[in-house]
Structure formats: C-alpha cells, structure tokens
Design a protein around this ligand. Structure first.
Ligand SMILES: C[S@@+](CC[C@H](N)C(=O)[O-])C[C@H]1O[C@@H](n2cnc3c(N)ncnc32)[C@H](O)[C@@H]1O
Length: 170
C-alpha cells in the first residue's frame, strides 16, 4: 500500500473515530483518510466520502472496495438533507479557507446529537500555522459552531467544533 501522508495519519489519529459510527468526509480526494477511518469504525460503521471531482472519487473507489464505504461525486453541501453523521471532517479543502461560512453552516444540521466537525488545513509554505487555526476557528464560529479543541503537528492544524446548540444543551 502507498505511504499515508503524515497530515492525514495525524488527522485520523486526532479525530479517533469510534467503532460503529457514521462518518462523512468532505473533499475525500483519493480516499486515503477514508481507508484509515474505515479501519477504526469497523464493520458496524460507515464512512461516506464525497468529492466534487469524479476523477478523485474514482481513485477513492479503487482504494476502498467493499462494504461500509459510500463514495459519491458531490459538491458539498449538495448532499441529502435526511442523512446524518456522528463525525464530519475535511482535510485541506478550499471551501473551508474562504471567509464564507455557508459551507461550514451546512454541516451543522447533518450532525447527530453530540456530533463533531473537524477541519484540518496547512499554511502556505514559509508561513506560520497560527493564522490558520485562527482563520478556521473564526469561520466555524461565524457558522454557528463552538470551538472545542485545536491540535497541531508539524504543518497541520486541526480544529474540532460542535454546533453551539448541542454544546449548550450538553
Ligand atoms: C487539496 S484536495 C485534498 C484531498 C484530501 N482531503 C487530502 O487531504 O488528501 C481538496 C479536495 O477537495 C475537493 N473539494 C473542494 N471543494 C469541495 C466541495 N465543496 N465539495 C466536495 N469536494 C470538494 C477537491 O475536488 C479536492 O479533491
């Protein structure tokens, strides 16, 4: 099997998806994280990976044959509104780099009670990681999330968030 990039291994380690859960990856690319998540959630879990690129979804399908994985060509937030997830995540996806919170806002109604949103990104070469975590946190706050945790390893930054309503209830 091809080597797993550190940033993806770190992201999956940080998220620690639980066995039996239903997980959505936005912008799954070639499906490397999908494969790692699948190992962790086991046969009772499902990981759904979406990407706007049919070429990437085709790669992800070849990497992840079999049960417990659904890979779709879709541009988030174009996903059935009646679906729901315990964990939604995105790694290095441009839609979470803009100042527009619409994409992040669309994730909130798809989360089950207690559900989590993780967003990972890296700074451009030669620049610091601090502004990246601040930018992601500001975007998620504006989108109606509470920031629960921030993690960092090497050049990769991750922000864990939960819908404000669920944090207040819990
Ligand atoms: C830089 S790649 C990262 C791929 C993978 N997450 C990784 O870390 O290797 C960004 C991916 O996000 C996809 N993408 C960007 N915006 C998207 C959206 N709104 N919905 C679904 N996929 C999107 C792109 O097609 C691309 O495959």
């Amino acid at each position: 099997m091809r080597a797993v990039p550190d940033r993806i291994a770190f992201a999956v380690e940080a998220m620690a998806p639980r066995p039996g859960t239903r997980v959505l990856e936005i912008g799954c690319g070639g499906g490397v994280a999908v494969a790692l998540v699948r190992e962790r959630i086991g046969p009772d879990g499902t990981v759904v990976g979406i990407d706007r690129s049919a070429i990437q979804v085709d790669r992800a399908r070849r990497r992840n044959p079999g049960d417990g994985v659904e890979l779709r060509v879709a541009r988030f937030p174009d996903i059935p509104g009646d679906d729901s997830f315990d964990l939604i995540f995105a790694i290095d996806v441009p839609a979470f780099r803009t100042g527009d919170p619409a994409v992040a806002s669309a994730a909130a109604p798809l989360l089950r009670p207690g559900g989590e949103l993780w967003v990972f990104d890296e700074p451009p070469p030669g620049t610091a990681t601090g502004p990246v975590s601040m930018r992601i946190s500001a975007l998620l706050s504006e989108a109606g999330f509470a920031i629960v945790d921030m993690v960092e390893r090497g050049r990769t930054v991750g922000v864990l968030a939960a819908p404000i309503a669920s944090v207040e209830e819990g």
